[in-house]
Write a protein that binds this ligand. Structure first.
Ligand SMILES: Cc1cc2nc3c(=O)[nH]c(=O)nc-3n(C[C@H](O)[C@H](O)[C@H](O)COP(=O)(O)OP(=O)(O)OC[C@H]3O[C@@H](n4cnc5c(N)ncnc54)[C@H](O)[C@@H]3O)c2cc1C
Length: 422
């Protein structure tokens, strides 16, 4: 197995094409795989059979979307790119030896490795959270939440649903519960947020908007509160408060997977893997880290569109490194955040303005369509949803450019400006 060295890069003689092991194949890993030519000896490692579109998984809670719309086969996508996939997890990465060990004990030697394993649920070490709270990070998680809600909604007595986390994930989960159950007086929803406002970092008062929309319904906000313990049918909050909970949904954000620290790729279990501008690991130049798993050393939201761009950059830089060319820097694109609130509203949060309204919902749907079609080139999905008439031509055009100027948004109609003061 050849390890490419800097001196070899300058020699003009033919050398074997490098072997690349890609660990994790959702947004970043799949994009890296499809961007590498099939002449490279690429092996993709991922135990989960589906590529999943996490930005819309909250819609499974209400049944507005079904799992088949949000998933497609990883194996097919990797084969189509001309590479092989092993449906196993990496149990260990030995960066000093250029080896990835799979769960069945296979040892894969690499010239280059791309780490794209994303993040894992952050229960903030709250006791009982892992055992009793329902995580909110995958299609399976949100499907399970939807099914459990349906069972609770059938009961003749009041059910208390607790959403832990009032960030964008918690707001989207709340919107979906209201989409389906807001007329059911037995469904009471509690939202717990440690900050004094929901979506505190948003440059507009989303908190006030959400509270206004929730006024007619049994939704209770507990801001400035921490969850201290999760029980099977209740939760404990700071200041000695206890709430009943027939179902606790945990949306507390992500944290680094243990594998990063265990493999010596992160400083502590709470750190992501440090990379330079070319996405090379700080200590191991033949390891590239892409997507949520990467610590770029400057603040960047852990978002799918960055993961896709990082996957592409990692692949391009492997090709460039192998051919002795200068590598390119990953430049995070500046895109607005689209947060839906069931069928009640949606918010577009840009650096310069925040707008809301039905047109934003249509835009979010258009982004879903475009990105899914881009990463799932079979395009079946595109046709299916186009037929449903949920999107408009102008929204698709705008989403494909992903440049949302305030004037073009206003032209879509059904938009209200919440904030443009900054
Ligand atoms: C509820 C929710 C809502 C979101 N909404 C948005 C949004 O609206 N817009 C947006 O841009 N982003 C959104 N995000 C963020 C977005 O989903 C992530 O930024 C994106 O998924 C990161 O992509 P990734 O490829 O780095 O990791 P992931 O998508 O997490 O993929 C990691 C892959 O690695 C695999 N894996 C893990 N461990 C191993 C291992 N040991 N060996 C092999 N494979 C492994 C997993 O099976 C998985 O396939 C949302 C996330 C969540 C959870």
């Amino acid at each position: 197995m050849s390890i490419i060295s800097a001196s070899m890069n300058h020699k003009r003689k033919r050398r074997p094409l490098p072997s690349v092991v890609i660990v994790g194949a959702n947004f970043a890993g799949l994009q890296a795989a499809t961007s590498l030519p099939k002449e490279f000896r690429v092996t993709v490692l991922d135990p989960w059979p589906w590529v999943e579109f996490s930005p819309n998984i909250h819609e499974l809670i209400s049944g507005f979307k079904t799992p088949d719309l949000l998933q497609f086969s990883k194996k097919t996508a990797v084969y189509r790119a001309g590479h092989r996939i092993i449906p196993e997890a990496a149990a260990a990465i030995l960066p000093g030896k250029n080896i990835v060990v799979t769960t069945s004990g296979n040892r894969l030697i690499y010239d280059y490795c791309v780490i794209a394993i994303g993040g894992t649920t952050n229960t903030l070490n709250v006791r009982g959270a892992e055992k009793y709270a329902m995580p909110f990070r995958s299609v399976a998680h949100c499907n399970a939440i939807g099914e459990r809600l349906e069972n609770l909604a059938r009961k003749k007595r009041t059910s208390s649903i607790v959403i832990v986390g009032g960030g964008f994930e918690g707001v989207e989960a709340l919107g979906e519960i209201l989409r389906k159950y807001r007329k059911n007086k037995n469904i009471h929803i509690h939202v717990i947020e440690k900050e004094d406002k929901l979506m505190k970092d948003a440059p507009a008062d989303i908190d006030a908007e959400v509270r206004r929309l929730c006024k007619p319904y049994p939704v209770f906000f507990h801001t400035d509160m921490m969850v201290t313990r999760v029980w099977k049918h209740s939760i404990d909050l700071s200041r000695g408060i206890k709430l009943p909970s027939q179902m606790t949904i945990w949306t507390g954000g992500g944290m680094p997977p243990a594998l990063l620290y265990e493999s010596g790729l992160a400083e502590t279990p709470y750190h992501w893997a440090p990379v330079n501008a070319a996405l090379q690991h700080a200590d191991y130049p033949n390891i590239f880290v892409a997507g949520d798993a990467a610590d770029t050393r400057y603040p960047i939201n852990k978002q799918a569109y960055h993961a896709l761009d990082m996957g592409k950059t990692a692949a391009v830089n492997i090709i460039r490194h192998h051919t002795g060319r200068r590598m390119t820097d990953f430049k995070p694109s500046s895109k607005p955040m689209l947060v839906s609130f069931g069928d009640l509203d949606a918010f577009l949060i840009d650096k310069k303005f925040v707008v809301a309204g039905p047109a934003v919902r249509v835009l979010k749907e258009s982004v879903f369509l475009l990105v899914m079609t881009q990463i799932d080139p079979s395009g079946v999905l595109m046709k299916a949803i186009h037929a449903s008439g949920r999107i408009s031509q102008s929204a698709v055009k705008m989403a494909s450019g992903m440049s949302f100027s305030l004037s073009s948004l206003v032209k879509l109609g059904k938009i209200r400006i919440i904030n443009k003061q900054f």
